[in-house]
Design a protein around this ligand. Structure first.
Ligand code: MOS
Length: 693
């Protein structure tokens, strides 16, 4: 065994270790887990937005051949904890949002379960509902904190006085839409209760965190965590919607406990996902910027209004990125919520940063326009020396480097700042820029074990790979930390039988689990100084981050937009993102993360919107026919680059999370490019043709 890192696995674009199994179709996803004599669960959803179920007639459903059980509030087990009201399913007859689960059918096949669910006759006592988000509602309230634990409001200096005194100002309202996470694999769970009569529950669940799911389900059912096993080797995407268990997991477990010995399968349909799997809240952002003639910001304000559910509060931290992005002596950020009769909003790729960098980054473009200043230069002019608010030094901050590198690569220097003057046939052509940022996080408690098995080094940790590359990148980190070739390292993840791992969320997966793997390797190497014997083993726990530094990744996104002069059609033939995100563990999987995020940002810019009809509380476009997501034909040239960034403070790998920053700022860059093309400012997403004509 060598202790030299001459092989340097980190930094190599190794192909995904899980790739062949996925391409060959042999990778087993939760719903496909081989289970004998499995039954199928189909939820029944409320068709009103508020009220109570006065009667559930299950006679026809129960009479159907192949129906095993019908779960209703009258027959379903009482849960040990109903504190999380999103998960406290079938515990009472109240309806808090349209699409809420009011019953479930268990049957021998999914077809029979679905048919039987349609045979259940429901009588409602309907109550008046309220599903309309408006900034002028008189019942807006300030939550105690915003997600996950930030102050709701912040104030520095005197924004009003600074705005009154400013030489140039921008005051505008921006909005982002309601969006639904739509991973390719739907939310799916297989559940088996008590196979050995030992009171244990096994869940094969499509999740971003097996251990967090176990903790939540154990509490809901009043079990010891040791009695619950959660298995998830592969995830077909999550984007945050599988970061916390939703009602499907509880329903599958409830069904398994109602029919002992029989495994259950439950996969939400695409349409069911639109009510049951979380979504990003719409936001309304009132932004104010004040500046001197030279572009120096003197005031910066964002006041956010967004929705939450009456069932469970989720306060998206939309105003948070404006707290640290640019220098300004006067600053105010606020969040206000409307609690509506809607499903609970939840995490969706870069909660906070994604919507929160739309308004301010378009406002910066508007300020540049008023100043007659280049928008790249305006941003560089307002670089802070230390993190605004906290006063902490940045562990590294290379926004300026990203803006300059991006400008050079994109050909920004030739840009004529005037809007609406470049024509290519029937198309108006423009370019736009916006900044990206995302915090570097490390979660507590994750543990990794490294063991010698034969001539292999096996790394075990209950981590998740939702398409992000974990199977591959953890092996690279372990190899370098052990000083062995990566080809001799095996990785085992996605099972609560492995050591505890935090959720794959907040772009903290690799920074957290990788840190635990490095600790385990250190322990292993100090215990076994010569060739380790078979069975040699050591564990390591992630250490807390160095909180003397402010840690964030940065980026700059450049977009070219074409707007058709007759139809208003908007096309984006070119997107370039340049990121500074520490050391890149694997350029191949990293590029996929960056361009995936940017594509989702383009989708947010042009296509995505969940249309909630306030008369019914129903998302009317709840399928892929009507909920448009950017597809191959919408994306032309999309390029992600990164700066070589050495940050010794973030963690042992020098890496920053990259799963989310790619979606941050994209929509603003596109909107700014659309303005430059045709002279119309689109402040309300998505940028549809009716808004530019
Ligand atoms: Mo991400 S929305 O924190 O999974």
């Amino acid at each position: 065994m060598t202790f030299l890192n001459e092989l340097d696995a980190i930094g190599r674009g190794l192909p995904r270790r899980d790739g062949p199994a996925k391409v060959l179709g042999t990778a087993v996803y939760a719903y496909e887990t081989p289970l004998e004599n499995a039954a199928y669960v189909c939820p029944v959803q409320a068709t009103i937005a508020r009220g109570t179920v006065s009667q559930l007639d299950t006679t026809a459903a129960e009479a159907l051949d192949g129906v095993v059980a019908v779960l209703t509030p009258a027959t379903a087990e009482r849960l040990a904890s109903t504190e999380d009201r999103e998960l406290a399913t079938l515990q009472d007859r109240k309806i808090a949002f349209r699409g809420q689960v009011i019953a479930a059918v268990v049957a021998d096949s999914s077809e029979v379960a679905r048919h039987a669910a349609a045979l259940i006759r429901v009588t409602y006592a309907q109550a008046a509902h309220d599903c309309e988000l408006r900034a002028d509602r008189d019942d807006l309230y300030a939550p105690e904190r915003v997600n996950p634990d930030f102050p709701t409001d912040t104030t520095e200096g005197d924004v009003d006085a600074a705005m009154a005194a400013a030489e140039v100002t921008v005051e505008q309202t921006y909005s982002t839409a309601m969006y639904h996470n739509n991973p390719m694999e739907p939310h799916a769970t297989a559940a088996l209760w008590d196979p050995a009569g030992d009171g244990s529950l096994t869940l094969w669940d499509s999740t971003q965190g097996v251990h967090p799911t176990r903790a939540t389900l154990a509490a809901v059912f009043g079990l010891d965590e040791a009695q619950v096993r959660v298995v998830c080797p592969y995830v077909g995407g999550g984007f945050g919607s599988k970061g916390q268990p939703h009602v499907n997991v509880v329903l599958a477990a409830l069904a398994a406990r109602a029919v002992p010995g029989r495994p259950m399968r439950l996969a939400l349909t695409r349409q069911q996902m639109f009510a049951l799997a979380g979504y990003r809240t719409p936001t309304i952002q009132r932004c104010r910027l004040g500046a001197d003639h030279d572009g120096t910001l003197t005031a910066l304000e964002i006041n956010v209004v967004e929705q939450t559910s009456k069932v469970k509060e989720f306060a998206e931290q939309t105003g948070v990125p404006a707290r640290m992005m640019y220098a300004s002596p006067n600053r105010r950020t606020t969040h206000r919520l409307a609690a509506l009769d809607v499903p609970p909003p939840s995490w969706m790729r870069a909660p906070g940063e994604c919507p929160g960098m739309f308004g301010p980054e378009v406002a910066m473009d508007e300020l540049a326009e008023r100043l007659g200043m280049d928008p790249v230069e305006l941003r560089i002019r307002n670089e802070p020396d230390v993190e605004p608010g906290s006063g902490k030094p940045f562990s590294s901050r290379n926004l300026v480097g990203c803006l300059r590198e991006g400008s050079a690569r994109f050909g920004w220097s030739e840009r004529d700042p005037r809007p609406g003057v470049r024509r290519r046939g029937a198309w108006l052509v423009g370019t736009g820029v916006a900044a990206s940022t995302y915090p570097v996080s490390r979660m507590p408690d994750s543990t990794a074990t490294i063991r010698r098995e034969g001539d292999r080094y096996v790394t075990e940790i209950g981590a998740a790979d939702l398409g992000t590359g974990t199977w591959t990148t953890l092996a690279q980190i372990a190899a370098d930390a052990l000083g062995v070739p990566v080809s001799r390292v095996d990785v085992r993840i996605g099972d609560t039988d492995y050591p505890m791992a935090s959720v794959a969320g907040g772009s903290s997966g690799m920074t957290t689990w990788g840190s635990a793997v490095v600790e385990a390797a250190r322990a292993f190497r100090s215990r076994y100084r010569t060739e380790p014997p078979d069975g040699a083993e050591a564990s390591g726990v992630v250490q807390p981050p160095d909180d003397r530094y402010a840690m964030h990744a940065f980026g700059a996104q450049f977009a070219e937009a074409h707007v058709h002069t007759d139809t208003g059609e908007v096309r984006v033939p070119r997107l370039l993102g340049v990121f500074a995100a520490g050391r890149i563990i694997n350029p191949r999987t990293a590029r996929s993360q960056f361009i995936g995020g940017m594509t989702m940002g383009l989708s947010m810019a042009l296509h995505e919107i969940s249309v909630l009809d306030p008369r019914t509380g129903h998302v009317v476009n709840h399928d892929f026919a009507d909920y448009h997501i950017t597809a191959n034909a919408d994306v032309d040239e999309i390029e992600a680059q990164w700066l070589p960034e050495h940050d010794p403070h973030v963690n042992a790998m020098g890496s920053k999370g990259i799963g989310e920053i790619g979606i941050v700022g994209t929509a603003a860059a596109v909107s700014n490019a659309v303005w430059h093309a045709c002279g119309v400012r689109v402040r309300d997403l998505p940028i549809t043709l009716d808004k530019v004509l």
